[in-house]
Write a new protein. Structure first.
Lengths: 690, 600
């Protein structure tokens, strides 16, 4: 993966300082109101502050210092939550600033028509509308997103992708899309603008990383409802504790009713502040992880859907196999030496610039140390591949060497009055049966043997697919090969299924049939012919090198144009959900210890017997309550890295994953606060605050 | 805990588990969408009933229509029971010439029986005529139970149906619950009870001279039902010599059968299942306990059958048992351990061949510790509320168990139907949290759990909790509420908490000690009962409506399995955590403080 030049890594000093400043700015009630859990904390903080002022004036319900410390730590709880959010946003903002700097307003050469020689008028790039034609020449910035209609040029796209090597953009085909803000390095392009100001790819990217376009995802909404429910339950449980306490004091005839300060402290400790504080940070950080993986998602919803994907459609070439087929073996005909076959094959392939042809040359060099020979012009006559002959080769003097597919060679031999030996034919058929491609080499009228061309499956991809299977995701390989070849490669790569002889229509049909079973499909694609399938898929990652049509149809764009990225996207989606679930569990589990700290302390004067519940042996009622409040605030700070990095995702089945996360965050959530609260209590005693 | 105690509890659990499977499978056939050997047999009866009442059985209802029909039908029932009590003095089958019930008590009782709570502010034998008992109480025992089952079946259909706008026909579900399940079982059970000595007649009460006259001391109450106090603040009492005992009679067996089977719990007599005519023998006691959990337990299996994966039903049943069994043993152990206050007084509380030992205060000698402790756990796990011992006299921990079982939301078995749909609300919450932790949009039984389901499940979980804490607070703040408290100190708080918990979870059992037949308590508890029952049922129907409309997501290796021991433990934890976290402060001021103060 390449690293975008503008990517902001880690937490640098400046980011943290800015986040600290932002956490105070975010204390505004209007912002707090959006998060029900933290809004309750906000109201509680204001309330305790007022109680403190009342205590200073002299009518306090408890010692002013105690109320002061509770109040301070409630404010800290809020600030820590704001800090987490600000920190998560900060990284996005820094990236947005970097992106924005490349969105300069440039003078564009607006053309009257899609022709270089058309009349030129100068226009601000911000005035360009979809459908306008512009001319962009060397060292000029592209004024907006568009499609190349005439010309070819090398373009520096590092502002978007971070990849410094220039890329070729040309009219027609799958390399015609250009992005505003990138720079033409050589030659010229006539571009048809495809986006209106403010809607360009760069604009969308900036909006995404800034979090401006961030709306709550469906899961986030459902979780907020659950958290609001818990908050409401605890609010009622705590509020009604006052009447219970008043009654109990009357009934027991001793002690004082619970103070408002203690009630508020209990409430803030019980409501799920940990997850409430970190919820939005988790969402922002999830988007941020996508961006750092160089994937731009059009919405958080798409990222979340990635976690739910059931079926992954992967193109064979480039994703599962390395580029193209490569020659792996020479199989000479009976009576022919292998080296002769290799020599003839190399000669026939010298002028063949296809990857397959190059691989034949390379194999001959590796096996028999046959060097590439410079054949004299005129001495050698290269015969290019044509759709009619379906063969290529070379004529050197009298030597007429040809290589081609089985049926083409058979026809050729018949035309020169010879025939293919049955043994060679069987060899070729064997190769085909193994899923490889046979090429037959002929010199004159003699068949020398067979070259085996094979797809090379990427290293480690098999393990990746096994992981997917454990996660419950089915992988389907898409290829234009015949079913026999496809089956062999599918077996070698370890995919669950394949679609052979795939056409755009067949792809679309496959996606629809999977969706009809109510499964979610993810795919990636780059070409215009992929656009319908991309639009149909639930998670569609378009390659940045792809056409504008593909980018429009997808809901994510991979700036690295690496189809394997799909797997990473799925993991990031899952990780985001897991982090939310884990912190929710942790937050609720924490409450048990807090009860043991606060209940005995709150009713110590009425029912001293309840001190038996003080299992942590906290020093005084006040230190117990303060310790719980401090723990509740500090745990937010401690969990910020986890919220931003996400819980580590392991490719396990759902049952194993749940067991693991329940053990760590459920049981851990029960145990940690017992230790934490006790330690804080000891510290408070040391500081004389107990 | 003695070996005898252990075997009594174990025997009960084994017999119960043997019965739930056939019961559950039978009920699944009753509600199957296609005709089968069970429904074919009753089809003529069904058709006749539908024709007589003008019901179009093939009409499927949307959740809104289903909920509205359910609500209107129950409100009609409520008004009928109210009117019946108000005019009973002019109606036949009233040999004792009992007068009209006061408006507040009549309304409380009407709500109580319609909501399957069966909280009784009145004493049956001294206030209700036989006609009122049969036409009002017994009929509502059937109908409230059938309503619970109907709503549950509609909720299950929400999970089963795919892309559907309807969740079934309320009238058909009601009819089937009644004629296939409740009526036949009640008939058999009534016969069994009569064989044990439960009365079933229309005779006037019988006066019997006492062989040894006694003097009764009773507190004097004013017209409002409040205890009168003298100048020193003590209760005013009155001594009366008693030479004659009046033995109440009536059509008890037929009503007691459905009282248990339908988890109603409203006794024919005031002493409920402690009364010798209502629960005469250990065998009748065993049958009554079995009857309480038979249908709620069986419905778990029905649920598994209907959703097409029996393991799902067993998982829910195991979750209930996982909470129920330890709590039952805890209650029995606490009772068998006896009263610590008596330890120093050279009083023998050990079990021996001659005595049950333990805390026998408020318990019937014919049942002893185990059968009373078990009964208390069973009746509060299910929202039955029948009692065979005085819960007020349980030890602090023994009393904590029934109170907490109710506060868990009556989902550990719970009421017929209502317990399971309440548990499904918890399952949705558990699935949501667990689903997030495995990195997928949570699904339960192939249906995605989204914001709307979360809202409804949260409402269903929140509502009973909110009612308990708020109404307890009102009761201890208002003088009219405090006036009903019978015991001073911490135990008095437990009495209030228990009563409100019982009403707000539609249980209906009483701790005792609380004088609740006053306008304040009748109104407060009436409100609790009504709002705990119907809004919750409607929330679940709304959830069913949205689930039914969803597509079915086929399971994969990434789907959270909801039939595994892990999920069972998780679900139990969610139920316990919500219950514990909500009520721990209140419990700390009641039974827990009482326990810690009583010498432990």
């Amino acid at each position: 993966m390449t690293t975008p030049t503008h990517a902001v890594r880690g937490f640098d000093r400046e980011l943290i300082l800015k986040a600290v400043a932002d956490s105070f700015r975010k204390l505004s009630p209007r912002l707090q109101f959006r998060n029900p859990v933290m809004f309750v904390v906000f109201v509680c903080s204001v309330l305790t502050t007022l109680l403190w002022i009342q205590a200073i004036v002299g009518h306090g319900e408890a010692p002013a210092s105690f109320i002061f410390w509770v109040s301070i730590w409630l404010w800290f709880t809020l600030l820590f939550a704001n800090f987490a959010e600000a920190l998560a946003e900060g990284r996005g903002k820094a990236q947005a600033a970097a992106l924005r700097s490349s969105r300069k307003n440039v003078m564009a050469k607006k053309l009257a028509g899609p022709d270089r020689s058309a009349a030129i008028t100068f226009a601000e790039s911000s005035d360009l509308r979809s459908g306008d034609y512009v001319l962009v020449e060397a060292n000029e910035l592209l004024p907006g997103d568009g499609e190349v209609v005439v010309g070819a040029a090398s373009v520096d796209e590092s502002a978007i992708t971070g990849e410094s090597a220039p890329v070729i953009r040309e009219s027609g085909g799958d390399r015609s899309a250009v992005t505003g803000g990138t720079r033409v390095l050589s030659d010229w392009l006539v571009v048809r603008i495809t986006s209106n100001p403010g809607e360009s790819f760069l604009d969308r990217m900036i909006a995404m990383v800034e979090g401006a376009a961030r709306r709550k995802t469906p899961n986030e909404i459902a979780l907020t409802i659950l958290l609001a429910k818990f908050t409401l339950i605890f609010l009622l449980a705590c509020a009604t504790l006052l009447p219970y306490s008043i009654y109990s004091v009357q009934a027991a005839g001793k002690g004082n009713p619970i103070t408002l300060t203690v009630l508020v402290a209990l409430l803030v400790c019980l409501i799920p502040t940990t997850i409430g504080a970190l919820l939005s940070a988790i969402g922002i950080a999830g988007m941020d992880r996508m961006i750092r993986a160089n994937v731009i998602a059009t919405s958080g919803r798409a990222v979340e859907a990635a976690g739910d994907v059931d079926v992954l459609l992967l193109d064979k070439t480039g994703t599962i196999t390395l580029g193209n087929r490569q020659a792996v073996a020479f199989m000479p005909a009976p009576g022919v030496e292998e080296v002769r076959l290799a020599d003839a094959a190399q000669l026939a392939s010298l002028a063949d610039e296809t990857p397959e042809g190059r691989s034949v040359v390379v194999l001959a060099k590796e096996r028999f140390n046959l060097r590439e020979r410079q054949l004299q012009e005129g001495q050698a006559q290269f015969v290019p591949f044509t759709a009619q002959t379906r063969m290529s080769g070379v004529d050197i003097g009298e030597r007429r060497i040809r290589k081609g597919a089985l049926d083409a060679v058979e026809r050729y031999l018949e035309s020169v009055g010879s025939h293919l030996p049955p043994l060679v034919k069987r060899m070729a058929e064997d190769v085909a049966r193994r899923g490889a491609t046979p090429l037959i080499v002929v010199e004159g009228s003699v068949a020398l043997g067979v070259i085996e061309l094979k797809d090379i499956v990427k290293g480690g991809i098999r393990e990746r697919f096994a992981e997917m299977r454990r996660m419950g995701i089915k992988t389907v390989m898409i290829t234009g090969d015949n079913p026999l070849t496809a089956a062999a490669i599918a077996a070698e790569a370890g995919v669950d299924d394949f679609l052979a002889e795939a056409t755009p229509e067949a792809k679309l049909k496959l996606i629809r049939s999977i969706q009809a079973e109510n499964r979610l499909v993810a795919m990636c694609g780059d070409g215009t012919n992929d656009a319908p399938a991309l639009a149909q898929a639930d998670v569609a990652v378009a390659m940045n090198t792809g056409t504008q049509a593909a980018k429009e149809a997808g809901n994510m764009v991979d700036l690295d144009s690496n189809p394997t990225k799909l797997i990473e996207v799925v993991e990031i989606g899952k990780q985001m959900l897991i982090t939310r679930g884990a912190l929710t569990t942790f937050s609720i589990s924490n409450d048990i210890a807090k009860y043991f700290a606060i209940i005995p302390a709150a009713f110590a004067t009425t029912y001293p017997a309840l001190n038996a519940l003080n299992v942590m042996r906290l020093a005084t009622p006040q230190s117990a309550i303060l310790s719980a409040v401090i723990f509740n605030a500090l745990i937010i700070i401690f969990l910020i890295p986890l919220a931003l990095k996400g819980v580590k995702y392991r490719a396990l089945g759902a049952g194993a994953l749940l067991r693991r996360n329940l053990l760590v965050y459920g049981l851990g959530g029960i145990a940690v606060p017992f230790i934490g609260i006790k330690l804080i209590d000891l510290l408070l005693v040391l500081c004389g605050l107990a | 805990m003695t070996t005898n105690d252990f075997f009594q509890v174990a025997l009960y659990l084994v017999v119960l588990l043997l019965l739930v499977k056939p019961m559950g499978q039978y009920m699944a056939l009753v509600f199957a969408e296609t005709p089968n050997r069970v429904t074919r047999w009753g089809a003529p009866v069904e058709r006749l009933l539908y024709r007589l009442s003008g019901i179009r059985a093939e009409d499927d209802m949307s959740w809104r229509r289903y909920a509205m029909t359910m609500l209107l039908f129950n409100v009609a029932g409520l008004l009928a029971v109210y009117v019946l009590q108000r005019v009973q003095q002019w109606l036949p089958l009233n040999p004792q010439h009992l007068g009209a019930i006061t408006p507040d008590s009549a309304m409380n009782t009407a709500i109580s029986f319609v909501t399957n709570t069966n909280w009784q502010g009145y004493a049956g034998e001294s206030s209700m005529s036989y006609l009122t008992q049969m036409l009002g109480m017994a009929v509502q025992n059937f109908l409230s139970a059938a309503t619970g089952i109907a709503v549950l079946i509609a909720v299950i259909r929400g999970f089963v149906r795919r892309s559907s706008l309807s969740i079934g026909n309320f009238w058909v579900d009601m009819t089937r619950s009644t004629i296939y399940i409740l009526l036949p079982l009640s008939f058999v059970m009534a016969l069994l009870l009569v064989s044990q000595g439960v009365v079933q007649n229309f005779k006037a009460y019988v006066d019997v001279p006492l062989t040894q006259p006694i003097v009764a001391t009773e507190v004097v109450k004013d017209t409002q039902g409040y205890t009168l106090k003298d100048a020193a603040g003590h209760d005013v009492t009155r001594d009366t010599p008693v030479r004659v005992q009046t033995l109440p009679m009536g059509p008890a067996a037929s009503q007691i059968a459905i009282k248990h089977l339908g988890t109603n719990g409203g006794g024919f007599f005031n002493a409920n299942s402690a009364h010798p005519y209502e629960n005469p023998t250990p065998l009748s006691n065993f049958i009554e306990m079995l009857a309480i959990l038979l249908i709620p337990g069986g419905l778990c299996i029905t649920f598994g059958c209907m959703v097409g994966d029996r393991r799902q039903g067993w998982a829910i049943l195991c979750t209930m048992l996982l909470i129920f069994v330890p709590l039952t043993f805890a209650a029995v152990m606490a009772e068998q351990a006896g009263n610590p206050v008596l330890h120093g007084l050279s009083i023998d509380q050990q079990a021996s061949a001659l005595q049950a030992g333990g805390n026998m205060e408020g318990k019937e000698t014919r049942f002893g510790i185990a059968a009373s402790g078990l009964f208390a756990a069973v009746t509060t796990a299910a929202s039955c509320g029948a009692v065979n011992a005085m819960h007020d006299s349980l030890t602090p921990l023994g009393g904590l168990v029934p109170m907490w079982l109710m506060q868990l939301g009556e989902v550990i078995f719970g009421g017929v139907g209502s317990g399971l749909y309440g548990m499904l609300a918890f399952a949705v919450v558990a699935v949501f949290i667990a689903g997030l932790m495995v990195g997928r949009t949570p699904e339960y039984l192939g249906k995605k759990i989204e914001a709307h389901e979360m809202k409804m499940a949260s409402l269903a979980v929140l509502l009973p909790c909110a009612l308990v804490v708020i109404c307890t607070a009102i009761a201890v703040l208002v003088p009219a509420g405090v006036a009903g408290i019978g015991n001073p100190g911490v135990h008095g708080f437990s009495e209030v908490l228990y009563a409100v918990s019982s009403a707000s979870n539609n249980n209906g059992s009483a701790f005792g000690g609380l004088s609740a037949n006053t306008p304040f308590w009748n109104t407060l508890l009436g409100v609790c009962m009504f709002f705990a029952r119907f809004p919750l049922a409607i929330a679940m129907l709304a959830m069913a409506g949205s689930l039914a409309a969803k597509r079915h997501v086929p399971p994969s290796a990434g789907t959270l399995p909801t039939h595994t021991p892990l999920f069972v433990i998780l679900l139990a934890c969610v139920v316990i955590v919500v219950g514990a976290l909500t009520f721990l402060p209140a419990l700390a001021l009641g039974p827990i403080a009482e326990y810690l103060m009583s010498g432990h």
